[in-house]
Structures are given as C-alpha cells and as structure tokens.
Design a protein around this ligand. Sequence first.
Ligand code: N01
Length: 547
Amino acid sequence: MTGQVDALVVGGGFAGMYAVYRFRQLGLKVKVLEAGTDVGGTWYWNRYPGARCDVPSLEYSYGFSPELEQSWDWPEVFSAQEDILRYANHVADRFYLRRDMQFNTRIVSVEWQEDADCWRLTSEAGEVFEAPFCVMATGCLSVPMKPDISGAQDFRGEVYHTGTWPKEPVDLTGKRVGIIGTGSSGVQAIPELARQAGHLTVFQRTPVYTIPANRKRMRAAVQQEFRDHYREIREMQQHNTGGVSNFRPSRSVQRPAGATRDASRFPNRLLDLDPGQRDALMQAQSLGALLAFRDIYTDIEANDIANELYREAVRRMVDDPVTAERLLPRNYGLGCKRQVLDRDYYETFNRANVTLVDLGETPIGTITPSGIQIGSQHHDLDVLIYATGFDAMTGALLRANIRGRGGYELKEKWAGGPVAYLGLQMSGFPNLFTVTGPGSPSVLCNMLVAIEQHVNWIGDCITYLRSTSQATIEPLPQSEESWVEHVNSVAEGTMYTTPSCNSWYLGANIPGKPRIFMPYVGGFPRYRERCEMETSSGYPGFVIGQD
Ligand code: N01
C-alpha cells in the first residue's frame, strides 16, 4: 500500500486534473489513479480521425485560472481532439498536476472499510490504496460499448473502437474499411475515413440528424474579446441552462466584412412560419437553423415539421436517391438524442468509394474472418471500426465494483437504474463522491463548467467535515429518493423521453439496461443553487457521522 492521502480520485480527465489543483489549494493530500498513460480522459481515448468537440473551445475550458485563460491560444472555434489534448497537457504541466497522478493504474475494486472509515481501492495489478475520501471522476462516456455480434472474434483484419483509438497512427490507405454506427463518433469519423480508405462501407442501423459544424479558425480579435471579458463570461456560464455564456463579441469583431446572418428575420416559433417562409429558411440557411426554434423541442407538430424540412434538405444534398432515402431519420424526432455535428457527412455519400448499408432493412447476420455477412451479401473488409458508443453515465461506476457499508454493492443498489442525490453521492456509500454522476446536469451541460462546480462542492464538503472533526457524510435515503423523482419529473414531456426515443441518455443503447433518463434536465443554475443550499445550510439532505 502506498503513502496515506486524504482523497483518492479515480480518473485523470478534466475532472481528476482539476481535483488535484483544487484539493491541493484546500490543503488536502490527493492522488489520482488513471488507467491511461497520461492526462486527458475522453480526449486521451477518443483519438479517432475527425474527433472534435461540440462546445466552443473558449467556453469548453477551465475557468479557475485567469492566467491560464489569458495565455492559451485556441486555433479553431470548435477544437479538434489533438488541440484539446494539447490543452490538457499544458494544464498538467503548468500546475505540476502529474506529481499527484499515477498512470497505468486501472481500479477494479472500491471497497468501504467499516472499521477504519476509509475506502480501499485495488488496481488491476493488485496495488492497494486507502484514503478516507474517494472521488469517482470516471467520466460519463468512458466505457466503450461493443455489440455482441456472432463471429466477431473470428475477424482476421484490424479492429478498432472509436472510443479506444490507438495512439499510433493507423494507416488505412487503399484498405477496405467498414464502420458500424452513425452516432456523433461515426458521423465525425466517416468523412475522414472516406478520405483515407480505399473503400468505406458504412453500416447504419438508425439514421442520424446531423447539422454542419462551425469550421471557423479562431480570430485573434474574438479570442482577445473573450479574454477581456472572461470573468463576466464565467459568471454568465453559471446562469445558463447548459453552462455556456453565449457571449457575443462586439459587432466590430463578430464577423468578417461581408458576412451576413439573417435568422433574425424569421419568427421564433417554427409554427409561426408559413410554408413559403419555411422554404425560404431552408434555402437561405444550413440545417442548423432548425434548431433555433424553441417549439421544435416542446411541440410535436413543430417537431414533425422540422423533421420533414430536415429530410427534404438531405434529399437535396445526396446525389443517389436510394442512398438519400436510407439516410433519412424517420422513427424519432430532432431533439431526442444529443445533437450531432458534422463536417461533410452527407457529401461523403456522394463519393465513389463509399457505400451505405442499411441495417434497418437487413441486420448484420454474422462477422466472418474476412468481413460482414448481411443476408445473402458478404462485405469484404480489411478493417472493422466500431463507432457503437458507450455504456453511458453508469458504466464506469458499475465496472469499478463499488461496495459500500456492509458490502452493499452499487450494482445491487442500481439494479433498477441509478439512485443518487444530486449526482454527487449515494446513501450507503459514505465519503464516496461522483463527479457529473447520474442525476446531475453532466452531459447536458458544458462539461468543464459542470466539473468545476462538482469538484468545488466536493472539496468544500470534505473541508467542512475536517474542520468540524466529522468523519463521514452520505445522503439521507429520502433525499436521494425525492431527487430521483424530481429528475424524472422534469424529464417527462420533453423530446428526450418520447416513447420513440432510444438514446444513451435513457440507457436504451445497452441491452438490459433499465430505461431511465439519467442526466438532470432542469438546468445547471437550478441544480447549482440546490447544491449551494446544501452547503450553506449545513448539509440538511445528508447524514454526517462523528469521529
Ligand atoms: O455513440 P452513440 P457515439 N449494430 O451511442 C450504433 C459524445 N460524443 O460514440 O442508434 C449496428 O451515439 C447505434 O445505432 P442505434 C456525444 O455526447 C461527442 O457516436 O442504436 N449499429 C448508433 O448509430 C455522443 O452523443 C462528440 O440504432 C449499432 C451508434 O452505433 C456520445 O458521445 C463526438 C449497434 C452509436 O452511437 C456517444 O456518441 C463523439 C449494433 N449492434 C461523441 N450497436 C462531440 O463532441 C450500436 N450501434 C462532437
């Protein structure tokens, strides 16, 4: 067993990294245990071609250090994976975070020690760590999901998953590449893979709604204006539902000369547009314009109209009418899943070296040593890529084999779906905290903002316990019950939970996983205020145990 620390943190992504910084500030000894060889979490593992973030980088960045904000240059408005990973490394170097991080350490067991009031963590290699507090900073989308397809183990070619892409370059030149999955990862990867491969076959089960991403380079004047207003911007993030400030640079730097933006000439509700205006909108703007109408998320009729406008636009973009029809989402509406952003997705299907296979017509039969058999047709492949997503939000926590008081297993507690208070703690699991856990805004919020708020809350909580000589904290069972009820009730009636919606938010992508809407949809400010109430009122929703 290694030297004593106050808190063990599992995961060295943005949450684990900030925990080192913050806990040190609070005078706590901290140690991060990370399975990978370095920092970065999501941005360390998801190195697939085309990977990038769907939140603007000036907002998807740490707010804890004004000096950091002033010194880091983002090359693009929405950064690519390698630039975000470069940022993570810069932060780790700048604040000497690696001194308190241990890599190549996958935690396979997390066990409460009743007699000693501490957590015992065991790594895959058998190394044991103990501390009174444990923070699971294991990420919401960190356990890759690989479907169980017969014959998969017999495939003789190269196999990759977008969520665990190798660090070494993958050469696809001239190869016959197949990709399964058309969610965010697949949609981002497909255009890049098509450019690199000899031939690309896309195996699509559910067509996606995807809108063109902002591809702009970062302009120095815009970045400077953010820098000049960063304190204000960070404050605005705290009051925005999704944790983004939506700060707009002043008109003089906002747009290069000659650029226009005319969405403002349309009404705010799609239902208020007549058919002529709708056509004019679709001619004048990209697909993303549809998302600006708030009623498409709340009104089924508006949603149906938006879905049809979307389909018409796709028909215009894809040359082959049969392929176009196969690419059209029909069984669910815009707003049910995480919005996907792309660069040249539909155009890619106009390339001669790309084939779309619609699994909705005939599902995959078997994977053979040399490809995929679907009905009577065999698709010969040299490389098979799974872009099949993640066991989201609960996967990493359940995989860690967490056992609380009396050996109570988290798996057992969550057999019917996750039960937690504020996505921060579970009753029966004292001094165990989750960062962006189920029941918190997490994936519906700018992750960096959500992470900082959680780590600050956890740090303050541990400091409070220590300063009042109290040993343990865990939620009252009734606190988590009523919070779970609240999380469910605010999700009801939204597009996220319509019966036709099968998203990973609901666990619907994992066979057998309970169908529960896992993130908190009530908005970051409301959630944050609830957390702050707990802190300022002496944690009334929790049980605090004496030394
Ligand atoms: O995973 P997904 P993802 N046979 O679950 C298909 C974040 N992210 O990695 O819809 C055939 O969305 C599945 O089909 P279906 C973002 O939050 C962000 O793409 O289940 N197909 C689907 O098409 C995102 O939402 C960024 O019918 C199978 C795909 O695989 C989240 O990560 C970039 C199958 C999985 O899609 C997850 O995205 C990337 C099977 N047996 C990711 N099983 C950005 O910041 C599954 N599929 C932009």
